[in-house]
Design a protein around this ligand. Structure first.
Ligand SMILES: Cc1cc2nc3c(=O)[nH]c(=O)nc-3n(C[C@H](O)[C@H](O)[C@H](O)COP(=O)(O)O)c2cc1C
Length: 189
């Protein structure tokens, strides 16, 4: 039985603190089996995933750096280093992609909600399997040339973000969480 304490234990591990081993392809598939159990209005399955591991990590880092230099020819070496290590340090990165083609019935925002939910479920599944994880976006999540030419998204797709997954190298102190009593009001007619 999943307890609230289990759910309350979810927290991210900074990507630079995610080391080997990462999930095997089989472990990732198992985690995704959990991740896709999301509310999905109209059963549209408006999401898909890319696995980036092994040598593909360096290749993706190179492509991201090349795109950064096109956008900002005089980019700071520290910014370049952060961009490279984002993909080369964690053993596994999963790109979560929302599939948002024309739909007569289900609004785009509802399909985005479903795809976003898979991201949280993947974070939870990774932690449940003993790994750490973190969701990242940054400029490249909105850079269409990078998304389409490098990651292979169609014009109708949107990157929700990339989820870095690996073995936590440090224990992370939790951050302060919102107090739900500040956020809850009783609606009355
Ligand atoms: C859509 C989205 C994009 C994010 N992008 C980044 C990012 O690019 N870099 C970063 O350091 N944190 C990013 N974060 C925050 C982390 O995923 C994470 O929430 C943060 O490290 C706090 O950890 P927590 O999950 O334990 O609250 C993003 C969060 C969301 C929801």
């Amino acid at each position: 039985m999943l307890t609230l304490a289990d759910l309350d234990s979810r927290h991210s591990i900074p990507t630079r603190q995610l080391g080997a081993p990462g999930p095997t392809p089989e472990q990732l598939l198992r985690m995704l089996q959990t991740a896709v159990r999301v509310p999905d209005h109209g059963k549209r399955e408006p999401f898909r995933f890319l696995r980036i591991d092994g040598a593909a990590r360096g290749a993706l880092a190179d492509a991201a750096l090349a795109r950064l230099r096109e956008r900002a020819p005089d980019s700071d070496p520290a910014v370049e280093d952060k961009l490279r290590t984002r993909f080369t340090v964690p053993p596994l990165t999963v790109a979560v992609i929302a599939r948002l083609g024309p739909d007569e019935k289900i609004p785009t925002v509802e399909r985005l909600v479903s795809a976003s939910c898979t991201t949280l479920m993947l974070l939870l599944a990774a932690q449940a399997e003993g790994f750490g994880a973190q969701l990242l976006t940054g400029w490249l999540a909105y850079d269409r040339p990078f998304l389409e030419n490098t990651l292979g998204l169609t014009t109708e797709e949107q990157l929700i973000g990339t989820v870095a997954i690996g073995t936590p190298q440090i224990a992370v102190r939790d951050r302060a969480r919102p107090d739900p009593s500040d956020l809850l009001r009783v609606w009355q007619p």
